[in-house]
Design a protein around this ligand. Structure first.
Ligand code: PEP
Ligand code: MN
Length: 263
């Protein structure tokens, strides 16, 4: 809590030029899933050109249906390493269980824990023993207090580098996949010192809602935006309907700069 820790947590990457939590808005962009090397590299080059500092793509995918594409696994992680070597972008990718943390920790700069795993205490504890920062997504059913306690599980094992990610919660609406809980942002900023990331893509579930939600969140002094971008959204193996094209992503970045957001 802020009471115990008045200063904001800052998380440095690489030689320290990139810091999450120092007042700049970092763009974390990439496809929902790594599908092939060429898809990943092409997307990474485009999002970097537009202004992203982090590339995000899933190698292990926690899909609602066991028959949906589950990700490329370690092959996907190897592709992510190539992306990093070729572009210099820092890598964010998801660990879906305790076993996958070992591999993900080796390849990623940030370990993502997904909404469905927010109360997987064994996974949270394992991530707390990892040597890499953790991007913790809010459970789609979770109160902010439960969200903060999930972060405590990670931190209680010694890993203080936790980024809180609001990605939308379940409500009664049908016009969006989830409801982006913007109210949570000032609350979290008041109560905690942890950096805040907002993911409008999974909240919206629909491409046309992503840019307006991203802009709305960006004026709240958040630390990062997570945006799904696919070079051919209609061909995506997961989350195509909510993925921006690289051109749409570049437009969003330009519009954020026009709004004087420090991206
Ligand atoms: C994702 O980031 O692609 C993902 C599966 O997100 P969430 O856990 O928020 O559904
Ligand atoms: Mn996704």
């Amino acid at each position: 809590s802020r009471e115990m820790h008045p200063d904001n947590t800052q998380i440095p990457f690489g030689n320290g030029d990139v810091v999450i939590g120092n007042g700049r808005l970092h763009l974390i962009a990439g496809p929902c899933a790594i599908e092939s090397e060429s898809q990943a590299i092409k997307t990474a080059i485009k999002v970097k050109e537009a202004g992203a500092t982090f590339f995000r793509g899933g190698a292990f995918k926690p899909r609602t249906s066991p028959y949906s594409f589950q990700g490329l696994g370690e092959e996907g992680l190897k592709i992510l390493k190539k992306v990093k070597d070729e572009t210099g972008l820092f890598i964010v990718t998801e660990a879906i269980d305790v076993d996958t943390v070992d591999l993900v920790e080796e390849y990623a700069d940030v370990i993502q824990i997904g909404t469905r795993n927010m109360q997987n205490y064994a996974l949270l504890r394992r991530a707390g023993r990892a040597k890499k920062p953790v991007l913790l997504k809010r459970g789609m059913w979770a109160t902010v207090d439960e969200f903060l306690m999930a972060a405590e599980y990670i931190m209680s094992e010694g890993n203080d580098a936790v980024i809180l990610c609001e990605r939308g919660i379940r409500t009664f609406t049908k016009h969006s996949r989830n409801t982006l809980d913007l109210n949570a942002i000032p609350f979290l900023q008041r109560e905690t010192h942890l950096p805040i990331c907002v993911d409008p893509s999974h909240a919206a579930g629909r491409r046309y809602q992503v840019t307006p939600l991203a802009k709305a969140a960006s004026v709240m002094n958040i630390d990062a935006l997570l945006i799904e971008v696919h070079i051919q959204p209609e061909m995506a193996l997961s989350d195509g309907p909510q993925s921006l094209t690289p051109e749409e992503f570049a437009t969003l970045c330009k519009e954020l700069r026009d709004m004087q957001i420090p991206v």
